[in-house]
Design a protein around this ligand. Structure first.
Ligand code: PLP
Length: 345
């Protein structure tokens, strides 16, 4: 690792396996891979290309600039912008052959649109379907509780089914996210928009293996400093960790500016493959780990991966894997990003 403070590894074989798993789960429906927010922190272009290669039919992003970045690398991909767009962006959208979701009265001309209906998310969406214009290619809605409340999700499925009934066969109807694609077969319709599961992360905050998913991202660093605290000595801001007895600690050069959230104090990382607790306050650029014995500088540390799940960190930090994943900072100013593309995956 030497010059690098940490390494983020993206396994495209796992992306392909996850897309195939989703394809198997949704029957005849298409799988569209959601690569907004730079592919949930994994890299939109790398993940998007692998997902398409494994059988995904389109890529979805949140913004026009996100779509333009993907378009530059993937000239043939079908791209849907799901979030709000400004009229000033429509020219660029048309030129880049994007499709956009329309959730208010403003329907752009000359751009394929997906009418977005609000069936219960209570967020962006039309309360009723207008008569579709010539540009309409899809009708969509979004589930609020596919991961937590299947009864309400089924109600949304029912509302969507009634709303699209007059148009089925004419437009691509799509409602499901990852949670629904995996566990709510009635929500599949013509296409499913899958984000978190493509990354091998559980939409349910559980072990991804429960749903046949393989984590794509691993994040590793090493001990940059090893020292012994005498009883009464502390490490880190606020002296929140005080050694009770002579204690070896290791400093890992990763902190909240890298995406290792401040709420992750007390979580575990793997030091040389063994679970050890993170102690004291997480700094911007460093964390401290309690060791069982003296270890050498350079000992490998796994922050995510090798069986240590992002879901476990998320539970401890009181958040969800989505937030932690999209917050990991893979800027080359902070980390080295490695993409592995083993064809066998
Ligand atoms: C982000 C998003 C998705 C993907 O949700 P996952 O839970 O990550 O599968 C699907 N549809 C819309 C409209 C979204 O914004």
């Amino acid at each position: 690792m030497s010059a690098w403070r940490s390494e983020i590894t993206i396994d495209l074989g796992a992306v392909r396996a996850n897309v195939r798993r989703l394809l198997a789960a949704v029957g005849d429906a298409e799988v569209w891979a959601v690569v907004k927010a730079d592919g949930y922190g994994h890299g939109a272009v790398d993940v998007g290309r692998a997902a398409l290669g494994a059988g995904a039919s389109a890529l979805c992003v949140a913004t026009i600039p996100e779509a333009l970045e993907v378009r530059a690398a993937l000239p043939e991909a079908r791209l849907l912008v799901m979030g709000p767009t400004r009229t000033a962006e429509w020219g660029a959208a048309a030129e880049a052959r994007l499709e956009i979701a329309v959730a208010d009265g403003r329907v752009p001309e000359g751009i394929p649109v997906h009418l977005k209906l609000d069936t219960g998310m209570g967020r962006r969406g039309l309360s009723e379907l207008p008569s579709p214009t010539r540009e309409t290619v899809g009708i969509m809605s979004h589930l609020a509780t596919a991961d937590t409340d299947p009864v309400f999700a089924e109600l949304q499925v029912q509302r969507f089914r009634e709303a699209v009934a007059p148009f089925q066969g004419r437009f691509t109807c799509h409602l499901a996210n990852s949670a629904a694609a995996l566990r709510l077969p009635t929500a599949a319709f013509d296409a499913t928009r899958c984000g978190i599961a493509v990354y091998g992360l559980s939409p349910f905050g559980a072990d991804p293996a429960d749903d046949g998913l393989q984590p794509v991202l691993s994040w590793r660093s090493e001990l940059a400093l090893v020292k012994q605290l005498a009883p009464g000595e502390s490490t880190g801001y606020g002296r929140r960790y005080l050694a009770e007895r002579p204690t070896w600690i290791g400093i890992v050069p990763v902190g909240y500016a890298d995406g290792f959230r401040r709420h992750l104090t007390d979580t575990h990382v793997l030091v040389d493959g063994r679970r050890r607790p993170v102690v004291g306050t997480v700094s911007m650029d460093a964390i401290a780990v309690e060791l069982q014995s003296e270890l050498s500088v350079g000992t490998p540390v796994t922050l995510v991966g090798d069986g240590l799940l992002l879901e476990e960190h998320a539970r401890l930090a009181g958040t969800i894997n989505y937030e932690l994943a999209s917050g990991i900072n893979s800027s080359p100013l902070r980390a080295r990003r490695i993409v592995i593309d083993a064809r066998a995956g």
